[in-house]
Design a protein around this ligand. Sequence first.
Ligand SMILES: *Cc1c(COP(=O)(O)O)cnc(C)c1O
Length: 361
Amino acid sequence: MSYTLCKKVRDLEPYEPITGSYRIRLDANESFFSMPAEVRDEIKNIIDNLAFNRYPDPVATKAIKAFAEYYGVDPDNVTATNGSDEVLYLLASAMLQRGSNVVTVSPDFSMYDFYSFLSENQVFTYKKNEHLEIVIDDLISFVKEKKADMVIFSNPCNPTGRGIFADDARKLVRECSDCLVVLDEAYMDFWDQSILTEAAGYDNLIVLKTASKAVGSAALRLGFAVCNKTITNALRAVKSPYNVNTLSQEIGACIYSHKDMLIKNRDAIIKNTKALYEEILKLKQNYRLPFDIYEPCANFVFVKTDIAKDIFEYLLADGIAVRYFGSASALRITTGSEEENAELMKSLEKYVIEKYLAGNR
Ligand SMILES: *Cc1c(COP(=O)(O)O)cnc(C)c1O
């Protein structure tokens, strides 16, 4: 008998983001700000003094302290992870018994389903309405009906850019009191409906944050889970001991301590997203394009359209990468700098004139 991979993993393919080099990257919801020279100088100093021979601090004390100060939470309620991705895997695997019932919503971030699949949970998917909204009472009924052990979704949502209000989130947590509610607030920096600072007051809530989006540090792989001390203790116990490397801890602590920079960057991203949305809306109206778009609560614009694939390929050939969702026939366009957004709009309009209108003539 020879070795064969188990059925679960046999047909899986490695995660493949857009590779290759494009002049403009608007495909991964990253920040368009990189680190300014003054922060880079501090980082150089960190590297000069790094104890390379020593294992990292297992609790990431310094990074957690700076994160907690920036968001106004108690560091004792925070667990640091190797990106949010790590905690998503832990939630699906270590924090649940195999075969547990997990409720996800659709459309949403695909990793929740993926880690639940790997962990052999039973996944039930709540479908959002035609406006891509969660109707909170329907979701609450769904969670109860499925006897869910965990419900997890992003708020605001990746990829739709829409969100639920804080009061609806609170209602879900209160009414589904025997179910672990995981709110992924990766994009909440760009909206004002966070319940992050209340997370520790609930028995059954975890709020997730990441350094990868508003904080502009996707390279670090740094995520945070905020919840009461009982759940925090369990998360810290199940994670691998040295999950966040020392460089990421130290650099993360440095970056979160630059509050003014973070707030300034965040506000600029919000401003550019709004402007990008207005521009795309104008394009839609000017040329009567078959676009479904909604005012975004995050740092990207979601465009549902039958011509998504065509546009995606045209932009890519023009050196502009956006995210294409084949199954939803939609595009997710991350906001860039003003110059990048102007280039995008130029290319989009060229597509409309050269391809779309020409084809419809
Ligand atoms: C980008 C993103 C994250 C962040 O993941 P990291 O592993 O921290 O980079 C988490 N949740 C959602 C919904 C995201 O879109």
